[in-house]
Design a protein around this ligand. Structure first.
Ligand SMILES: Cc1ncc(COP(=O)(O)O)c(C=O)c1O
Length: 390
């Protein structure tokens, strides 16, 4: 019998990768499928990393990231959400994706379950599956009259049982752009405390919100330092650093020492010179770049809104944050086939809705596009989608 875990034998690539596999790198394709803007990392960030390389920062850098970066992250939380986060609670395992795996490793024994608010970026439930958890989804519901996604907390709570170790929630959400309110966060934290369930809060898009605030409501504003809370964050999106693979994890203070062992076991810490780029990203110049990125997203969102206004089969719940349009195409029932068709015939790359909540027929009438793009390219991509929809 094969020693390979059954779970691993059964893994299948998700729908985004399946569609991208048909056309990645083809210059004729307008790529709106992945979660990244078309901007390269700003020069002042790259220069800082280059200087670090020239200065010989090419050695192991310590298990949980260098102290100046962890300190700068603590300052970042202070100025964006007003929370005092001790450096003992901040670890930099590598990218946010690895931060999620790290949090799950702290929580899940085989047979436990993780309840995930969906539709959700597939790597979240793939990571839970890989560590051995049973994944349960609690789906946001469309509230078309309010024009917002709605979280039914009672339905979410009903998904939890004695083997539930974590509730994973991403706000602002990928792919929906939904933003969880502070009241909802308080109710969820209260439930999680009573039931000894951890919260994994993915706040990677926390600063990309369109209501003029500095940050979406954050669990860091309401939790105590030893609550079972894991907050995921990343340099990838607001600073255009997806290829750098650097993010961070805020965890309970009680894990200060265990985290040294776990981060060594996973990667012996993050890439040395990338951390100097990350420190530059947290400077006032980095704040200015984040503002530019937000503006780019706002304009992208307007372009998609104008497109939707001219369509009768396409609608959306206008995103409150992040940089995705999750577009519902009335009458479409197979988002993977539709996305493949779009790629092959219309030469535009989108992500199929089914990738964000497997087994959920509702999500199969959606596609996701990333609108943090050059406006002309985005418009052209939308024209191509419109033709295909017609
Ligand atoms: C919600 C969410 N969390 C985390 C990540 C991954 O971040 P990183 O590039 O740091 O692994 C993504 C990327 O798409 C994301 O959408």
């Amino acid at each position: 019998m094969s020693p390979i875990r059954r779970t691993v034998q059964n893994l299948d690539v998700n729908g985004i990768a399946q569609v991208a596999g048909l056309g990645l790198g083809d210059p004729d394709i307008i790529p709106l499928w992945f979660g990244e803007s078309d901007l390269v990392t700003p020069k002042f960030i790259s220069d800082a990393a280059k200087r670090a390389l020239d200065d010989g920062k090419t050695f192991y850098s310590g298990q949980r990231g260098i102290l100046p970066l962890r300190q700068a992250l603590s300052d970042f939380h202070k100025r964006t959400v007003g929370a005092d986060i001790a450096v003992e609670r901040i670890s930099i395992p590598g990218a946010a994706t690895l931060a999620i795996v790290t949090a799950l490793q702290c929580l899940v024994e085989t047979g436990d379950n993780v309840v995930i608010v969906s539709p959700i970026w597939p790597s979240a439930f793939e990571a839970a599956t890989v560590v051995g958890a049973e994944v349960r989804f609690a789906r946001l519901a469309e509230d078309w009259s309010a024009g917002r996604w709605h979280l039914d907390l009672e339905r979410l709570f009903a998904q939890c049982d004695a083997r539930t170790k974590a509730i994973f929630v991403c706000s602002p959400g990928n792919p929906t752009g939904w933003v969880m309110t502070a009241d909802e966060q308080r109710a969820l934290l209260d439930f999680a405390r009573r039931r000894d369930i951890a919260i994994i809060a993915d706040e990677v898009y926390g600063t990309l919100v369109f209501d003029g605030s500095k940050h979406a409501p954050s669990f860091l504003q309401i939790a105590e330092e030893n609550d079972n809370l894991f907050v995921i964050n990343s340099f990838s999106k607001p600073w255009a650093m997806t290829g750098w693979r650097i993010g961070w994890l805020v965890h309970p203070r009680s894990l200060d020492s265990a985290m040294k062992v776990i981060t060594i076991a996973n990667n012996t810490g993050p890439t040395s010179f990338a951390q100097y780029g990350a420190i530059a990203a947290l400077s006032p110049e980095g704040d200015a770049f984040r503002a530019e990125m937000l503006e780019r997203c706002r304009r992208g969102r307007d372009v998609v809104q104008a497109f939707i206004d001219g369509q009768n089969r396409v609608r959306w719940m206008r995103p409150e944050g992040a940089f995705y349009g999750f577009l519902k195409i009335d009458g479409m029932t197979n988002s993977l086939a539709f996305s493949e068709e779009l790629l092959l015939r219309a030469r535009v790359g989108v992500a199929p809705g089914s990738a964000f909540a497997p087994g959920d027929p509702e999500s199969d009438s959606y596609i996701r596009i990333c609108f943090a793009q050059d406006q002309e390219r985005l418009r052209e991509g939308l024209v191509r989608i419109a033709k295909a929809v017609r």
